[in-house]
Design a protein around this ligand. Structure first.
Ligand code: SF4
Length: 380
């Protein structure tokens, strides 16, 4: 049961958008905010690309994008699409023909870049292919590749230019009676991206794909994305997200989920609440959390676990978690179940024991509510 009526400071009022389908994944409307990533293998290396898509899907990706730079890559899609468990978005730049080929090859969605796809006649051909093959389209505006006439008009990339580019392409799609589209307005500058997305959210009811492009490495890119995407999501803007990191796509998925989990917008797996540790710790908190994060990766059921070094904050945090462990003294700590003190456990056995308790709790939660693994947005 949602407790947001007694915790109004947790409410997020999501912008109302139309719903479209990317393969079998709904995007927009009341659908859960989906998490996307993109492969960085050569698309022509079919085996490696399938493996990377599946690793991302296993980590929780709902949709995966694959680059289609040449005809050999669009051909490779024919082999990739049937072997993966998530819808594939074909990333198209410069060559509109790749879009047509990708639609024929089974892509669920075509990402086109208004800045480089070419004139309206070419876009119309891509729209026709998408319609014929049941694909949706993402209009993917990027501050780094805006149309020449917009750069001349505005002098430099800016939110107004990005939004104008996006709305021009929305008009082309709508004039051709094509409505299965979503839109993104990405920039590597957090301020520019956030301003563009806010304007866009006012100007259209199309589902919005959020992203801070070229955000950077794992740590700096995560922070930039959490600030940019976090603020927009908090405002209720965003129906699907991609965190762009110079890192493994699996890391992008994990970060995307953590952003959504932090805002209570989606829940997946074990949310570990742990203290930073200090001289009072009754066991090695940092090492324990590091091991538990790895050993609990297989749990998909949303649940919480508190791992706290001592009684200063341990019992209080355990009150609000499904499973808890609080360091005590003399080589042992206290296990909490469903917020209640349960039993003592020695430090040398606690990791195996916590894994068992979490697995037990996950099985119990799943039995009570079998569709729990399909996480739903907390705020409607
Ligand atoms: S909970 Fe205890 S061990 Fe952890 S940081 Fe606070 S005082 Fe230190």
């Amino acid at each position: 049961m949602s407790l947001n009526h007694v915790r109004p400071w947790r409410n997020i009022y999501r912008r109302t958008s139309r719903q479209i389908m990317v393969g079998n994944v709904p995007v927009g409307g009341d659908a859960p905010i989906s998490v996307q990533t993109m492969t960085n293998t050569l698309t022509t290396d079919v085996k490696a690309t399938i493996a990377q898509v599946q690793a991302a899907a296993e980590a929780g990706a709902d949709i995966v994008r694959v680059s289609v730079p040449d005809e050999a890559s669009s051909k490779a899609l024919r082999q990739i699409v049937p072997e993966v468990s998530v819808p594939i978005v074909a990333d198209i730049h410069f060559h509109y023909r790749r879009g047509i080929e990708a639609a024929e090859a089974g892509a669920a969605c075509l990402r086109i870049n208004p800045g480089n796809i070419g004139d309206e006649k070419r876009v119309r051909e891509v729209i026709a292919a998408a319609r014929d093959h049941g694909c949706s389209i993402r209009i993917g505006v990027n501050a780094g590749s805006l149309e020449k006439h917009l750069l001349e008009k505005y002098g430099e990339p800016c939110p107004d230019a990005m939004v104008e580019s996006g709305l021009d392409h929305i008009r082309i799609l709508q004039d051709n009676d094509f409505h299965e589209f979503k839109i993104s307005c990405k920039a590597s500058d957090v301020f520019m991206a956030a301003a563009a997305y806010q304007q866009l959210a006012e100007a259209t009811d199309a589902p919005i794909h959020l992203g801070i492009t070229e955000a950077g490495g794992l740590v700096s890119g995560t922070i930039k994305s959490a600030i940019g995407l976090g603020n927009l999501l908090w405002m209720g803007i965003g129906d699907t997200i991609r965190v762009s990191l110079s890192a493994d796509p699996v890391e992008e998925v994990k970060v995307g989920y953590e952003i959504l989990k932090s805002l209570g917008l989606r829940h997946r797996g074990v949310n570990i609440i742990s203290c930073p540790s200090c001289a009072r710790q009754g066991f090695d908190v940092i090492k324990t959390v590091e091991i538990l994060e790895k050993r609990l990766e297989h749990i998909k059921t949303p649940m919480s676990l508190s791992i706290i070094g001592c009684v200063v904050n341990g019992p209080g945090e355990a009150l609000m978690t499904d499973v808890g462990f609080t360091g005590g003294g003399a080589g042992s700590g206290m296990v909490y179940l469903a917020g209640r003190q349960s039993h003592k456990m020695s430090n040398d056995r606690m990791i195996d024991h916590i894994v068992e308790e979490v697995e037990k709790k996950a099985a119990e939660l799943e039995a009570a509510e079998p569709d729990l693994q399909v996480s739903k947005p907390a705020a409607e």
